[in-house]
Design a protein. Structure first.
Length: 497
């Protein structure tokens, strides 16, 4: 009989707080280190959403097809999702600072290649490798947080900041993309959305080298190459089939590729169990899925990120193509969204100790109300203030949910399993983004394939699917233990600000 999760692992199962702090550079504040660490998820998420505002311009400037344009998004998600878990494990074997630094370096270089691309093919290849490099930097950021903050109170606070960064980065991407696309300069605005990563990446690398200490290597034995290949090919096949298959009208090859990917992933999980039984170091310790809270949190995270990613994409397309608003104007429509998100996140962090997961459920209630109001009130003649208010209402509700879902997922995960937990979490987040575009976005774009493109009908259909996903998230939260998001004694209060 296989050992239970947490027993007999090929890693150091008990890493004390003193060992951790001595293994990292303690001459500087750990909260200063956190600021450096958060540059990875910041850039990672910005580059998912900043492209939304530039797609019409890129299509025109590079003479790209509709399929090329969709691959600009899908290629980044595909490259990232396929390598998140191997990248997380690479940090366990090689050292997290080292992988973090070189992941940031590769992300900076590939961003420059994106900005210099002269054809749709060159851009899509660069975006794919940009996605791969992002996997190596972003997984180490969450692993470093869990290692740097082993005490539950501080870890929850740091993860709260991580969640805030993910959410705010999505809005920054929308706003910054709208501004840069219409910026009148010697360099085309759409190129600047990639090239801006260069100074930010260089600054981050300097700070990583100066302030972040190397972590202890927590894994021994050989790296699971066979498991890595199964996971990469399986995830790649499944995500590619879901994104490209819809565009092609779901031909037989897309169904076959999706089924092949699914079988490879099932075989991968079985193979990982066999490695554990043989006392070999697995790529993924699948016993972690025996933790009920972890699985419920992942499901909630999956459905929430699907509706969140798809909402931002649909609104960007609707505002520009449906209402005829410029990219810059579209970006400014999301400013109140960002402000209300931060305001509600701050308020939620204060209310969590008393009301627990009811705060998150209230936020989901606001999101559901905002979707209904979008469907009932929004049309092509709606005043700008009303549109901004509807988008802002969504941000108000989302600020009470998204940053704190991360604690539901990562609550009670041992520090020794920080690498694999962060890899699984980041993989689910990225898969959710791809599925959100493929499922909800697929409903949206499928509605537009008729003789006359009705963007309002397309938006409504997408929002109805989003409503169903919000209900599923609420159901998952009801199944969680309330103490996982509240309670001073359990120290999971996100007293962020």
């Amino acid at each position: 009989m296989a050992a239970r999760y947490g027993e007999g692992q090929q890693v150091n199962p008990t890493i004390s707080y003193r060992q951790i702090t001595h293994s990292m550079n303690t001459l500087h504040s750990r909260w200063l280190m956190l600021c450096v660490i958060l540059t990875a998820p910041l850039l990672y998420v910005i580059d998912i959403f900043i492209i939304n505002m530039a797609l019409p311009v890129i299509k025109q400037k590079l003479d790209a097809s509709q399929s090329d344009v969709q691959l600009i998004i899908a290629g980044y998600l595909l490259g990232s999702a396929c390598f998140l878990i191997p990248a997380a494990r690479a940090g366990d074997f090689l050292g997290r600072k080292k992988v973090f630094f070189w992941g940031m370096f590769a992300f900076t270089v590939t961003s420059c290649f994106c900005g210099l691309a002269q054809s749709p093919l060159a851009l899509n290849i660069a975006r794919f490798f940009q996605g791969i490099s992002s996997a190596f930097m972003v997984t180490q950021s969450l692993s470093l947080i869990q290692e740097l903050f082993p005490q539950p109170a501080e870890r929850a606070k740091a993860i709260g900041w991580y969640g805030m960064t993910l959410s705010i980065a999505a809005i920054i991407g929308q706003i910054l993309g709208g501004y840069l696309v219409e910026l009148d300069s010697t360099i085309a605005g759409w190129r600047l959305i990639f090239l801006i990563n260069a100074p930010m990446g260089l600054a981050s690398m300097w700070a990583i080298e100066k302030w972040i200490g190397e972590s202890s290597k927590v894994s021994v034995g050989k790296f699971d190459v066979a498991g890595t290949m199964m996971l990469v090919v399986g995830l790649g096949a499944l995500i590619y089939a879901l994104t490209a298959g819809r565009e092609a009208g779901w031909p037989f090859w897309s169904v076959l590729v999706a089924i092949t990917g699914a079988f490879l992933l099932i075989f991968f999980l079985r193979y990982q169990s066999l490695r554990i039984e043989r006392n070999q170091a697995p790529l993924m310790d699948v016993r972690i899925f025996g933790h009920r809270q972890f699985v419920i949190g992942l499901i909630a995270l999956l459905f929430h990120f699907m509706l969140h990613t798809a909402y931002l994409l649909m609104m960007a397309v609707y505002l520009q193509s449906g209402m005829g608003i410029s990219a810059l104007g579209c970006g400014t429509y999301f400013i109140p969204h960002a402000l209300l998100f931060m305001l509600s996140s701050f308020a939620a962090s204060k209310l969590l100790p008393r009301f627990g997961k009811n705060v998150l459920l209230a936020g989901l209630g606001i999101i559901i109300i905002s979707f209904f109001l979008h469907i009932l009130w929004l049309d092509y003649q709606t005043e700008a203030l009303a549109v901004i208010s509807l988008i802002g209402l969504y941000g108000l509700g989302n600020g009470m949910v998204l940053p704190f879902l991360l604690n539901v997922v990562l609550d009670r995960v041992p520090v020794a399993d920080a690498g694999i937990a962060s890899g699984i979490f980041s993989t689910f987040q990225q898969i959710a983004s791809a599925l959100g575009i493929g499922i909800i976005g697929g409903v949206f774009y499928e509605t537009l394939t008729g003789a006359s493109a009705d963007y309002k009908l397309a938006l409504d259909n997408g929002l109805f699917v989003g409503l169903g996903f919000a209900v599923i998230v609420a159901g998952m939260l009801l199944l969680t233990q309330n103490s996982s998001v509240s309670g001073q004694r359990e120290s999971v209060v996100l007293d962020i600000l």
